[in-house]
Design a protein around this ligand. Sequence first.
Ligand SMILES: Cc1cc2nc3c(=O)[nH]c(=O)nc-3n(C[C@H](O)[C@H](O)[C@H](O)COP(=O)(O)OP(=O)(O)OC[C@H]3O[C@@H](n4cnc5c(N)ncnc54)[C@H](O)[C@@H]3O)c2cc1C
Length: 339
Amino acid sequence: MSQLTDETDETDDFGFATDVLIIGAGPAGLYGAYYAGFRGLSITVMDVLPQLGGQISAMYPEKPIFDIAGFLSVRGRDLVDGLVAQAEPYAPRYLLGHRAVELTHGVDGRPVVRSDQGATVRAGAVVITGGVGTFTPRALPAGEEFLGRGLEYFVPDPSVHTDKDVVVVGGGDSAFDWAAMLSPIARSVTLVHRTARFRAHAASVAKVRSLGVEIVTDCEVSRLSGSTHLEQAEIRHRTTKETRLLPAGSVVAALGFLADLGPLRHWGLDLQARTITVDTRMATNLPRVFAAGDITDYPGKVRLISVGFGEAATAVNNAATVIDPEAALFPGHSTEKEH
Ligand SMILES: Cc1cc2nc3c(=O)[nH]c(=O)nc-3n(C[C@H](O)[C@H](O)[C@H](O)COP(=O)(O)OP(=O)(O)OC[C@H]3O[C@@H](n4cnc5c(N)ncnc54)[C@H](O)[C@@H]3O)c2cc1C
C-alpha cells in the first residue's frame, strides 16, 4: 500500500486523499456529491453495491415516484440517472463494490476510511449516507449455484429478461412490481408465493392479475436446474408436496432484504438502533464526520428522498466549513455561479 499524500489527487489505486468521502451512493449520497462539487471540493463516493442509486436502483428502478420536488412523476431509474448526471461535471470518483469497514482519524485529525477491497481514503470530511445500512437479499434456499446464471435478487436491467420465461418468487411489493414490469417483455411470467396472503399493495396484486401473470400460491421453489444456465424451476406444494416443473430462463427471488449497519456499529458513532444521531448541521458525534438521508435520526425525522436531499446539502455545506474554516457556510445561489 502506498503512502497517502496531502494532495486531493489520487496517488494509486488503493490509497488516496479526497476532500469529501461520501459513504453510500443512494439519492442522498449522489446529491451530496453534486453539492460537494458545486463547492469546489473533490469527491469520492463509496458503495458496497455494484451500482449507483441505493434503494431506488436495488428495489424499485422502474417505479414512478410522485413526491420529488418539481416532478409530477419520475421513474426511479431516471431520478438516479439525473442525480449522476448532475454530479458528473465535478468528476466524483466512485468506488463501487467497496464496503466501508473501518473509520479512524489520522494524527492530523482527518478521517481515514478503509474499505473491504483494500482502498484507504483519507478525507477532509466524511458524509455517511448509508441508508438502512448494507442490505443483503434473503437467499432462495434452492439453487444458489445459479446466482448470476439465471437466478437474480434484483432487477437492475429489465431487458436481460426479454423473451424469457421468468419465475418471480415472493409476495411483497417488489415481487409484484417486478412481475408487472417484466410481463410486457418476458415470454411468460409466473409468480410463486408460499402462501395465499400477499404483503403487496392490493392495487399491485390487481395489476399483476390483469396482466395475465399466473400466480401460484402455497408453493415454494424446491429445485433449480439447467446445464450452463438456468432452464427450469421445480416448485413444490407446501401441504400436498406435489411438484411441478416451470420453464425458467430466469428466477427473480424477491424474498426481502436483511438490513444491517454492519461495520458502522463499531466506529464510535452515537447510534439509535439502526440510525446515527446528528445535530442541526448533520454533524455526528465524531469530528469531521457528518451524515444525511435515511440513516440519520433527530426529533421529527421524516425518512423521504426529499428530506435526504436537504440533509445532504446541509451536511456538505457544513463539512465545507470544517475542511476550510475560512469557507462560508452558505454556498451562494447556483443561479449566480458559472457552470
Ligand atoms: C419500494 C420502495 C418505495 C419507496 N418509495 C419512495 C417514495 O415514493 N418517495 C420517497 O421519498 N421515498 C421512497 N422510498 C424510500 C427511499 O428509497 C429512501 O428514503 C431513500 O432511498 C433513502 O436514500 P439514502 O440515500 O438515504 O439511502 P439508500 O437509498 O438506502 O442508499 C444507501 C446506500 O448506502 C450503501 N451503504 C450502506 N452501508 C455501507 C457501507 N458500510 N459501505 C458502503 N456502502 C454502504 C448501501 O449499499 C446503499 O446503496 C421507497 C423505498 C422503497 C423500498
